[in-house]
Design a protein around this ligand. Structure first.
Ligand SMILES: NC(=O)c1ccc[n+]([C@@H]2O[C@H](COP(=O)([O-])OP(=O)(O)OC[C@H]3O[C@@H](n4cnc5c(N)ncnc54)[C@H](O)[C@@H]3O)[C@@H](O)[C@H]2O)c1
Length: 267
């Protein structure tokens, strides 16, 4: 059977694991030729799929991404879809953004800047490198977060960084509409990936009453507390919408932002 993405060439950044890998599997299932990028050869070598090609590149570095996209174009002869998935799900420079009293008062300049490089710059630099090569009828899909959709007192830098990804989505949608290239955004809710392993460790450090719970149990508690549909989201939930956005079925959809979050963002 011919898939909806048959022979399309799809580049997904930061996709050796986690949500990006799930998106890659969904495009492969629809017949696409999928190239994922990540930060190291070790991560690329660990990808458990014979149908996915991997390349090393920093999505926040325009020069590296120009070389990488140029190689994709030389090898595959076209580029149809860019998924800007690379990002950091929480603070890594220090743990202060998760302070229980006031995250803003404890957040360092370095942590703030780190989020702006890790999240919107990845989407900007990779898009800038890919746009000259994208086919008419192609698309860009940005992965933001429900943190972009309202105030995020516990993660102010991450929320602001992802809000910038949403804004970039509408700007690029208008810029690329004359070339019939569509740009859309997905805001994932709660997914059990490395980001939440880090976040739940931080929660346990800050909240002694959680100390005896496993990280996974803390995550399930958060999911059950705040998700109207009552369950975590999976990388495939995100990938299914990404495939739809990229398909001809969405040919009149551009500049849109959809949360895949079990209803969290409309509570
Ligand atoms: N997990 C969640 O609950 C959740 C919720 C909302 C949004 N998101 C977003 O989804 C995306 C994927 O997150 P995830 O949870 O799968 O995280 P993850 O850490 O499991 O995977 C992210 C991957 O991106 C790579 N990466 C990071 N920076 C990169 C860069 N500059 N260039 C290339 N690769 C880079 C990492 O090495 C890693 O392999 C992120 O943008 C994240 O902010 C995640």
């Amino acid at each position: 059977m011919v898939g909806t993405m048959q022979d399309k060439v799809v580049v997904i950044t930061g996709a050796a694991r986690g949500i990006g890998k799930g998106i890659a599997d969904c495009f492969v299932a629809e017949g696409a030729r999928v190239i994922v990028t990540d930060l190291s050869q070790d991560l690329i070598d660990a990808i458990d799929s014979d149908h996915i090609s991997g390349m090393v590149g920093d999505a926040a570095n325009q020069d590296e991404m120009k070389v990488l996209i140029g190689q994709v174009n030389a090898e595959y002869g076209r580029l149809d879809v860019l998924v800007n998935n690379a990002g950091i799900g929480g603070p890594t420079a220090d743990f202060n953004e998760m302070a229980t009293d006031s995250a803003v008062l404890h957040l360092s300049d370095a942590s703030w800047d780190e989020q702006l490089v890790a999240n919107p710059r990845t989407a900007f630099s990779s898009s800038s490198a890919a746009i000259p090569h994208l086919q008419s009828g192609g698309s860009i899909i940005n992965i933001a977060s429900i943190a972009a959709l309202g105030p995020t007192t516990s993660l102010p830098a991450y929320g602001a960084a992802k809000a910038a990804v949403v804004h970039l989505t509408t700007t690029l949608a208008m810029e690329l509409a004359p070339r019939a290239i569509r740009v859309n955004c997905i805001c994932p809710g709660l997914l059990w990936t490395r980001a939440w392993e880090i976040l739940t460790t931080q929660m346990k450090n800050k909240q002694p009453e959680l100390a005896n719970m496993s990280n996974r149990e803390v995550f399930e508690m958060v999911v059950n507390d705040i998700t109207p549909l009552g369950g975590e989201q999976t990388p495939e939930d995100i990938g299914n919408l990404a495939v739809f956005y990229a398909s001809d079925k969405a040919r009149m959809i551009t500049g849109q932002v959809v949360a895949v979050d079990g209803g969290i963002s409309v509570k």
